[in-house]
Every structure is written in C-alpha cells, then in structure tokens.
Design a binder for this molecule. Structure first.
Ligand SMILES: [Zn+2]
Ligand SMILES: [Zn+2]
Length: 141
C-alpha cells in the first residue's frame, strides 16, 4: 500500500510504494546529531519505491550518512545508507504505521529503551553487524 509523508511546512511530499524492508530504532551518534533526539525512527525502502511528489529537498552530511531535508523548513526526511536503499524518518509516517522490529547501535545509546524487541549492540548479523545484543535493564524498578 502506498503511503505519503510530508515535512512540517507541507512543501515536501514523498510517496512510498509497498512495504518497508525493515523498520527499527537507531541509536547511532549520526542519527542523534541529525534528529536532536535520543534515537531516531527509521523505515528502510528500496530506492525505487521512494518518489518525491512535490517540493524541494536539500542534502547534508552531518557525520557520515548522506541525508535530505525540506529546503524550506528543514524537516529531516531521508537518509541514504547506500546499497540501493533509502531510510525514511519514520516519525513522518501516518500514525500506527511504524512497526519496529529491533533497535540498532544500542552500544552508543544515551539511555536504555525497555521493550520486547531485540537490542543490537551494533547491527543485525544479516546487515554485516555482530548480531550481539546489549542487556538493558529497567532502571525505574
Ligand atoms: Zn517543509
Ligand atoms: Zn543511526
């Protein structure tokens, strides 16, 4: 099912065909720097499923990851990890459509996020990571 996402000012609209390949939380320093948050929400699509419908995007590299934001309001919209994939900032998706499967780069997280998902120290083994998980404990209890 195609969905569309927009930036905060509405100038940029991006349509997404089909289902994402993966959805996850990323705790890496690059995502934290670009989002201004403790972690970011990502949905990865094949690049030919991602279409700029209107508006203008501007590119930037904050640390290592090429990214694109709305040229008018600055809302971060995409990240381009290469390998024919585009990461969408999943906080832009319609409510209820972000269904994360795991957390990545938990070893550099600023705080533990306690949930039932796998918490990979770096990345899953199928992405070339160690596949190791961190042992996050609920510090509130
Ligand atoms: Zn905008
Ligand atoms: Zn990241």
């Amino acid at each position: 099912m195609a969905v569309s996402i927009t930036c905060n000012c509405g100038a940029v609209e991006i349509t997404l065909d089909g289902e994402p390949l993966d959805q996850f939380f990323c705790h890496c320093s690059d995502c934290r720097a670009s989002s201004g948050g403790a972690y970011s929400l990502a949905a990865v699509y094949p690049e030919d499923s991602v279409h700029l419908k209107r508006g203008a995007l501007a590119g930037s590299i904050i640390r290592t990851m090429p990214r694109h934001h709305c040229a008018a309001c600055g809302t971060q919209m995409t990240a381009e990890p290469g390998a024919g994939m585009i990461g969408i900032k999943a906080d832009r998706l319609p409510p209820g459509s972000f269904r994360p499967a795991f957390h990545i780069h938990c070893a550099s997280a600023v705080l533990p996020v306690i949930d039932a998902l796998p918490h990979f120290a770096d990345m899953p083994a199928q992405w070339g990571g160690s596949g190791k998980e961190v042992d996050w404990k609920d510090t509130a209890s």
